[in-house]
Design a protein around this ligand. Structure first.
Ligand code: SF4
Length: 586
């Protein structure tokens, strides 16, 4: 019998370019430029994220595997020559025709290979008619694959050290991605009617990392291998497991290791945990689903979102609010009102998405029962274009594009670039943290990990962990400061220019004059911003909405060899956790 060997691959590029397999708009391999800072021109940070689940899967099965991320068609077909018994293709619904082309090619040239389909694309009801396959992996993939290969599905999950973005550009300058990614679990219990995440996992949360200690260890592993202290936590509702978040803070405090996190969390759990907790935890940015002024979802009921967002920002936590357009109650009056309402919340950034009834959601099932689902091609299921259902007040597909695009524009012209807003939040938070620290010390207040509040104590001890946290905030402020001159020079209007000026002033007051080396770098950003402006103009003349960038391909074999580890990760970092005194190095 042939030994198993599996290729785990994403779909092939190019991405964000309309062709017979996928759309262009809404389909770049970028989150920010696609649906958050869309329409912000050169101010839009450009980042593309690797297909993280593939690495997690490969790390957690014994069968030898290869991860092929962002392959070109040529790389994909060449890879197949290397001899596989199985190919797993991960895709989203809008990329189903790419998956179809890959599967048909395998069937034609390697009929003995078993094809396994995974990812959110598996929600498509008639998937087997579009993509020939042997198996469809639904739900949580690690235990599914382990079961499939007769391995122990309950074996402990190993979390790989994963680099964040595949690329990063700001004002046209290519950065060196330095963030890490943590995948603590999948699914969400909240059960919002439109949400594919919650429905894919039967309205349950499936944890990979069950305790705060496990998350801390995963972060530490990444710090050792990648050298990063900042992580994006890819968990749809991270604070919904509050005990684990508390344990994570305790671990960091015990080890004096103030990691920094970008997280997703719903408003009701943020309220429950309290903003001071998020500050201590090291949350740099939180993504909150505010959806609509109608507050029809449990997660936002009776919460003053504007006050909550203002409090988060005042303490240095940037907020990305996500809102739904063309919900069923939206009419010619309430939709513009809702757009104004969400902009009025004053978050740093907004994700606008068109209400999309993805298959398997309760929204989709109800609309199907009511006969209101359109027979729309799956390639359009990306939330940035035509609605997939018959809306009572918006029948013309052109409206679905233009109103969405105008909403992004309005946010941009009202509040200026998202990157400027983040810089503003970071410096305000740093100043507030210093002031609060001094106030608390003089008032004898100390952090109570039970109540998650600062309380009066008879024996206050110096809050060393918060001092480390403040130093980390200062470092973040110094890093982002360099973009400010470019954000001012290329401001979309006077209002944004005034804002940039006042933020620059705040930085000067708080951190002193910009050091010479940083001034040079800021100048370079202005020059590259000019080049980027010209490139953007050319892209628009050619009919595009923005500059389309392609992520690099990456191929990783598992189990990892020492050579691969050295190639994947940067120089080893020597660190000494305070609690044990042991030095760790790879
Ligand atoms: S809170 Fe967010 S992740 Fe959870 S079900 Fe609602 S939309 Fe989905």
């Amino acid at each position: 019998m042939t030994a198993h060997r599996i290729l785990l691959t994403g779909v092939f590029g190019p991405f964000g370019i309309k062709n017979k397999y996928a759309e262009g708009t809404g389909m770049q391999m970028e989150l920010l430029n696609n649906q958050i800072t869309r329409g912000q021109g050169i101010h839009s940070p450009r980042q593309s994220y690797w297909t993280f689940p593939l690495y997690l899967l490969a790390e957690n099965i014994s069968v030898p595997s290869t991860v092929l991320d962002f392959p070109s068609w040529r790389k994909f077909t060449s890879e197949l020559k290397k001899g596989y018994t199985h190919v797993g293709i991960n895709f989203i619904p809008a990329n189903v025709y790419k998956a179809g082309r890959m599967a048909r090619y395998i069937r034609e040239h390697y009929p003995e290979i078993k094809i396994i389909l995974g990812g959110y694309g598996t929600i498509i009801p008639d998937l087997k008619d579009i993509v020939p396959c042997d198996e469809i992996c639904k739900g949580e993939g690690i235990s599914w694959l382990r079961n499939y290969f007769d391995e122990n599905p309950a074996a402990p999950i190993k979390h790989p050290a994963i680099f964040g973005p595949a690329y990063e550009y700001i004002y046209g300058v290519k950065g060196r991605p330095s963030g890490g990614i943590i995948l603590p679990g999948v699914g969400c219990e909240n059960g919002c009617n439109f949400c594919i995440t919650t429905h894919q996992f039967n309205k349950c949360y499936v944890p990979f990392l069950k305790t705060g200690k496990e998350i801390y260890d995963a972060c530490l592993k990444s710090k050792i291998k990648i050298g990063t202290s900042g992580f994006t936590i890819m968990d749809e509702n991270f604070l919904k497991t509050p005990l684990r978040a508390r344990q994570l803070l305790e671990e960091m405090a015990r080890n004096n290791m103030p990691f920094v996190f970008d997280i997703f969390s719903s408003a009701e759990v943020i309220k429950q945990m309290g903003v001071d907790f998020l500050v201590r935890l090291g949350v740099r940015m939180v993504w909150i689903g505010v959806e609509s002024k109608a507050n029809s979802h449990e997660k936002t009921k009776d919460i003053d979102l504007k006050a909550l967002i203002a409090e988060l920002q005042s303490k240095g936590i940037s907020v990305n609010a996500s809102a739904m357009l063309f919900m069923e109650h939206h009419d010619k009056d309430s939709l513009p009102e809702d757009i104004d309402w969400v902009i009025g919340l004053g978050s740093d950034m907004i994700q606008f998405m068109n209400y999309t009834p993805l298959p398997t959601t309760t929204l989709s099932e109800r609309l199907a029962r009511e006969g209101r689902l359109k027979d729309m091609d799956y390639r359009h299921f990306h939330g940035q274009g035509e609605l997939a259902f018959d809306h009572p007040h918006y029948k013309n597909p052109r409206d679905h594009f233009t109103i969405l695009k105008k909403a992004f524009k309005k946010k941009y012209t009202t509040d200026g670039p998202g990157i400027l807003n983040m810089a503003s939040t970071i410096i305000s938070g740093y100043r507030e943290a210093v002031k609060d620290f001094i106030d608390r010390s003089s008032q004898g207040l100390a952090w109570n990990p039970e109540t998650l509040r600062y309380e009066k104590t008879d024996n206050p001890v110096p809050d060393e962990f918060m001092l480390l946290r403040i130093k980390m905030m200062q470092k973040m402020a110094m890093n982002i400061r360099m973009i400010l001159p470019a954000s001012m020079v290329y401001s979309p209007n006077m209002r944004a220019r005034r804002k940039a000026r006042s933020v620059i002033k705040l930085y000067r007051e708080s951190l002193g004059p910009l050091p010479f080396a940083n001034r040079v770098l800021s100048g370079l950003l202005i020059i590259s911003g000019l080049v980027e402006t010209l490139r953007l103009a050319m892209a628009r003349i050619r009919g595009g909405e923005s500059i389309v960038r392609q992520p690099p391909s990456r191929r990783v074999e598992y189990p990892l060899s020492a050579v691969t580890i050295r190639h994947l990760h940067r120089k080893p970092v020597l660190i000494t956790p305070r609690s044990t005194g042991e030095s760790l190095a790879v």
